[in-house]
Ligand binder design. Sequence first.
Ligand SMILES: [Zn+2]
Ligand SMILES: [Zn+2]
Length: 138
Amino acid sequence: MANARCSCGALTLTLPDKPSAVIACHCIECQRRTGAPFGTGAFYPAEAVTISGTAKQYTRDAASGGKVHSHFCPNCGSSVYWKAENLPSMIGVALGALTDASQFPAPAKSIFEQSKHRWVQIDEVGEHFQQGSVAQSR
Ligand SMILES: [Zn+2]
Ligand SMILES: [Zn+2]
């Protein structure tokens, strides 16, 4: 089992060994959420994820329609996981919250590159998209 946690450790997730998908997102909202030049999410089936601790929720509109519910630790503020209404069966986990980076797969998709910092270059990305990978591709 893999694990993810916030900075202070009050909010932890127990996850299956392998994520269903890993996606790097360069949208402005992911940049704001993470404070980093892009966000990377590992997606898991919601029923396979065990959440311990209390998260606070922030809801915003998704670029692809619907809402995204972002969950963060109320104590340390780390962004740990999110749920998108468009993808109700999955939980996205912030890659930075994962505790074992050594064997983690590279993102299969890099999305919203229209707002990517020009110097950001991710090796091993499979597919590149200017916007979202589902609604409007390339
Ligand atoms: Zn915390
Ligand atoms: Zn994004």
